[in-house]
Ligand binder design. Structure first.
Ligand SMILES: Nc1ncnc2c1ncn2[C@@H]1O[C@H](COP(=O)(O)OP(=O)(O)OP(=O)(O)O)[C@@H](O)[C@H]1O
Ligand SMILES: [Mg+2]
Length: 367
């Protein structure tokens, strides 16, 4: 038999352990209870807010204030999963907010319970699915187009090569077939990239030492960095083991990201490539928490205007004169094929950070 105070302590422990944020507001609109998850989500400490008016503490969240007022007045539960975004520590967190009336045994309403569920990982997953959809539509189209264009292109290139051979070595006209050959090769490159994007081939897994791969790419890009006066910094977590991945595909990913970073800093800056392990990353709410490796490629370049942020990674979206706009689309596809996630964060004028999260699947083969 438990005493009243034991039961109360037990109930509070349960509330403190719930993964969702819980806030209780009394009839006077004052906060009477807040669990640690709610503190974390809202960025407010319970010691500071208990006893204060919800509408004052959360004046930056008018949607929540309105939901609580409506539930308090009508006794009706409300749920909103599309609109609520919390702003804590300058970070925005999408949440599912639910308000329901707090009832006494006799049915009298004595306040409102607000629950907040963090939707960040769900939103990220949704974005990844949307991207995959876009790519698969494009993939079918691209494969058809590439097939149709490849043969005539080969014909043009062959004819240009013949012409080049027919002309005298010192002829003024030599330049023309050379331009034709160079440009057909450029189209060929775009087609190959498109086919890569459309290819259903998944990764060919083998043990990959990420740090060796990153080190090699940085070495390859050194000249390009030096010519732009870009300082390259690396910060690798030495405890990261080899992961199961497709090495040649990962090379493409990081080459594209590092190139983009360098291209964003024509007047110099700093490129940082770092790696770390995220121990408890949850891809989907019901999925087991799994260990992920995160590689960040950050630059201090021009950044991406917020109106462009949703478009980057869409095939052919490019703001560069010589860009095809396929680099990030290919990265997205490869990372999704590896069951990973790519995130792009940017502050215009300050820089960009692209994070690649890959599952830490370790090789069972030693060495
Ligand atoms: N690190 C970055 N800093 C600023 N803008 C970036 C960065 N990375 C990508 N972008 C923006 O996203 C666009 C798309 O990038 P993406 O790599 O897909 O294509 P691209 O670099 O333009 O061409 P490609 O990679 O095919 O040569 C770029 O044109 C640029 O506007
Ligand atoms: Mg690029």
């Amino acid at each position: 038999m438990q005493t009243e105070s034991e039961l109360r302590g037990y109930a509070l422990t349960v509330l403190d352990s719930v993964g969702d944020g819980v806030v209780v507001i009394n009839r006077q609109g004052r906060i009477t209870l807040m669990n640690p998850s709610a503190e974390e989500l809202t960025g407010r400490s319970r010691r500071q807010v208990i006893g204060s008016r919800f509408s004052e503490v959360f004046c930056t969240e008018p949607l929540l204030v309105e939901m609580i007022e409506r539930t308090s007045a009508s006794g009706v539960s409300l749920s909103d999963q599309d609109n609520v975004v919390l702003n804590s520590f300058g970070k925005t967190i999408p949440v599912n907010a639910t308000t329901c009336p707090l009832m006494r045994h006799d049915g009298e309403s004595i306040g409102v319970i607000l629950t907040l569920r963090d939707l960040t990982s769900i939103r990220e997953l949704e974005a990844a699915v949307r991207q995959a959809d876009r790519l698969s539509t494009l993939g079918t189209l691209a494969a058809g187009l590439a097939h149709e264009v490849k043969n005539p292109l080969g014909g043009i290139k062959g004819a240009a090569q013949l012409l080049e051979r027919e002309l005298d070595a010192d002829s003024d006209l030599q330049e023309y077939p050379r331009v034709m050959i160079r440009e057909t090769e450029r189209i060929d490159r775009i087609i190959r990239q498109l086919l890569e994007l459309a290819s259903p081939r998944g990764p060919r897994y083998a043990a990959v030492n990420l740090h060796l791969v990153l080190g090699d790419i940085i070495l390859l890009q050194r000249e390009s960095a030096d010519s732009r006066e870009v300082t390259v910094l690396t910060s690798f977590d030495p405890s990261i083991p080899s992961i199961m991945a497709d090495e040649s595909q990962l090379i493409q990913v990081f080459l594209n990201l590092i190139r983009n970073a360098l291209e964003a800093m024509p007047d110099g800056g700093r490129l940082t490539v770092s790696s770390r392990v995220l121990s408890e990353y949850q891809l989907a709410r019901n999925e087991k928490r799994s260990r992920m490796v995160c590689v960040d490629v950050s630059d201090t370049g021009k950044g991406i205007p917020s109106e462009n942020l949703p478009k980057v990674g869409t095939p052919f979206f490019s703001t560069k004169d010589t860009g095809n706009g396929l680099g990030l689309a290919i990265c997205h596809k490869i990372i999704a094929d590896h069951r990973g996630i790519m995130k792009v964060e940017s502050k215009p004028g300050k820089g960009t950070r692209v994070s690649v999260l890959l599952p830490l699947l370790q090789s069972t083969v030693k060495g």
